[in-house]
Design a protein around this ligand. Structure first.
Ligand SMILES: Cc1cc2nc3c(=O)[nH]c(=O)nc-3n(C[C@H](O)[C@H](O)[C@H](O)COP(=O)(O)OP(=O)(O)OC[C@H]3O[C@@H](n4cnc5c(N)ncnc54)[C@H](O)[C@@H]3O)c2cc1C
Length: 475
């Protein structure tokens, strides 16, 4: 680190700026958000990130002429915090939302071969907005569709504040509410695996209810899907960096924090190579294991609980064809190991042919499979799904693996997730894994960053100047 401006030694801080120095550790979405929110309130912030780039788990890298995302990311209109983030960094137009939810669902497991269904909404109030689509959903029988409606109403009645929901698994609840194995596979898991990174049997009812209630049963447009039409790095690294610079945040990448400790004067010391950063406020916005390593003694009642939070993998299979084989921006699949397929051609900068990203969540059994095995498994499946792929040449095939993509949303995880405040004055936690009420998503990460900044600002007697989640809801 070269610029020592914010690395004040003891006594070096002018008295009028006491209480105004913060170090945010971790440059994922949680840390970037906390840094922006603190800087927006007039706090002098240093953001330190171990890797060469910002964006944490949602990043891009170069591969030949392609700019590749480590994994396809989508968000929903109800993700008001992430939408605030996009707005704050000037990226809203680069990650547009669908005008109206429309998910093509291709089922291969039909006697007649392939069959296309759609999950889409009408411009009607909740729950009628999904009624027509559900009534026509061809991947379920008439009786199954009727039972989905009844389960959705029961779900709507669940009280998300009831901690008992977190002790139950979603699959048992679905079964008790008349949902067949087929309905779970073709509807609840189709959405749930992608949003929660777990099948219903491995998922807390509380988290699943939160996702389905908020996404499908709150506002009509809540589940409209958005995704980046540029590489994720443009949003979470380049634009984030510009916003941080403009807000006066000192950002240090390639800077790994090795220890955090409180001095006798009550100020914090954050150890980075060759330097000790001093601050009144520290936000620890790193994954739960790293947080456990860095937390000073006594900061949490039972810090080992953080180690009980499990993790779940996500695999992306990337295929570049010599021609266009998919004419939609994305689709979901049934009756095949393939889960969701996205066209990333334009976003990656590819000018000739088509680049598809196959996004595979909760793939504990595949995350370590050799590339050759995955190639043998997925290319024929893509040919079954996309007839145009049958005669096409595969120009590139590669895999990105994120073994700890999310925390595992297992029953009981709720009691393990700490809030933003710790018992150590001036030390706060952020990260998608903290207690935001959301599963491990970009939304949870941004919310956690806002929560940490809010807690810090109120302790400093400097409440956040304006409401953050001030984004328009869909009509
Ligand atoms: C493949 C994949 C697909 C996903 N799909 C979606 C999706 O479709 N929609 C969605 O909403 N979410 C999705 N997610 C989840 C989402 O990416 C994460 O929940 C979110 O990015 C987490 O942000 P975070 O800031 O909490 O943590 P992280 O991104 O993990 O950031 C923590 C940062 O801390 C840094 N760090 C750690 N230790 C130190 C240290 N000692 N010193 C300095 N820095 C340190 C790390 O390098 C990292 O940059 C996906 C994740 C993956 C991996």
């Amino acid at each position: 680190m070269s610029d020592g401006k914010a690395a004040d030694g003891p006594g070096a801080v002018p008295s009028d700026s006491r209480g105004r120095d913060a170090v945010v550790i971790g440059g994922g979405l949680a840390g970037v958000t906390a840094a922006l929110a603190l800087a927006d309130a007039g706090v002098r912030v240093t953001l330190v990130e171990g890797r060469p780039r910002l964006g944490g788990l949602a990043f891009s890298f170069r591969r030949g002429e392609l700019t590749v995302d480590n994994g396809q990311h989508v968000y929903m209109r109800c993700c008001t915090a992430y939408r605030w983030f996009l707005d704050r960094v000037g990226g809203t137009a680069l990650a547009p939302l669908q005008d109206r939810l429309d998910v093509p669902v291709l089922d291969l497991d039909r006697p007649e071969g392939r069959r296309l269904g759609r999950l889409r909404r009408d411009p009607l109030p909740v729950p009628l907005h999904l009624g027509r689509s559900l009534a026509a959903y061809p991947h379920l029988s008439l009786a199954e569709r009727a039972r989905v409606g009844r389960a959705a109403l029961a779900l709507k009645g669940l009280d998300l504040a009831d901690p008992a929901l977190d002790t139950q698994d979603f699959a048992s609840w679905l079964s008790a509410h008349g949902q067949s194995a087929r309905t779970v596979e073709a509807l609840w898991d189709l959405v749930g695996v992608a949003t929660l990174n777990a099948v219903a049997a491995d998922c807390s009812l509380g988290l699943a209810a939160m996702v389905f209630k908020t996404g499908l049963l709150s506002e009509p447009g809540a589940a409209d899907i958005g995704w980046a039409t540029v590489p994720l790095g443009d949003l979470h690294d380049r634009l984030a960096r510009e916003a941080l610079d403009a807000a006066g945040v000192r950002t240090e990448t390639r800077t790994r924090v090795s220890a955090v400790s409180a001095g006798p004067d009550g100020r914090w010391s954050v150890e980075v190579p060759g330097e000790s950063l001093r601050a009144d406020t520290v936000v620890l916005a790193v994954p739960q294991r790293e947080a456990h390593e860095l937390l000073p003694p006594g900061a949490l009642d039972d810090p080992d609980r953080l180690l009980e939070i499990g993790t779940a993998p996500i695999l992306n299979v990337h295929v570049v064809y010599d021609r266009t084989v998919l004419t939609r921006p994305f689709f979901a699949a049934l009756g095949t190991p393939v889960q969701w397929v996205f066209d990333r051609t334009a976003a990656s900068g590819l000018t000739d042919g088509q680049y598809l990203a196959v996004s595979q969540s909760a793939v504990q059994d595949e995350i370590d499979a050799p590339v050759a095995t995955l190639r043998e498994r997925y290319l024929p499946e893509l040919e079954r799904l996309l007839p145009g792929a049958r005669g096409a040449e595969v120009r590139d095939f590669f895999v990105t693996r994120e073994r700890t993509a999310t925390f595992a949303p297992a029953p009981g995880v709720g009691r393990l997730r700490p809030g933003a405040r710790t018992k150590a004055p001036g030390l706060y936690l952020a990260g998608a894994w903290t207690a935001t009420g959301w599963p491990a998503t970009m939304e949870s990460a941004v919310r956690s960053g806002v929560n940490a900044a809010d807690a810090a600002l109120s302790a400093l007697g400097r409440p956040r100047p304006r409401r953050l989640f001030d984004v328009e809801e869909a009509a």
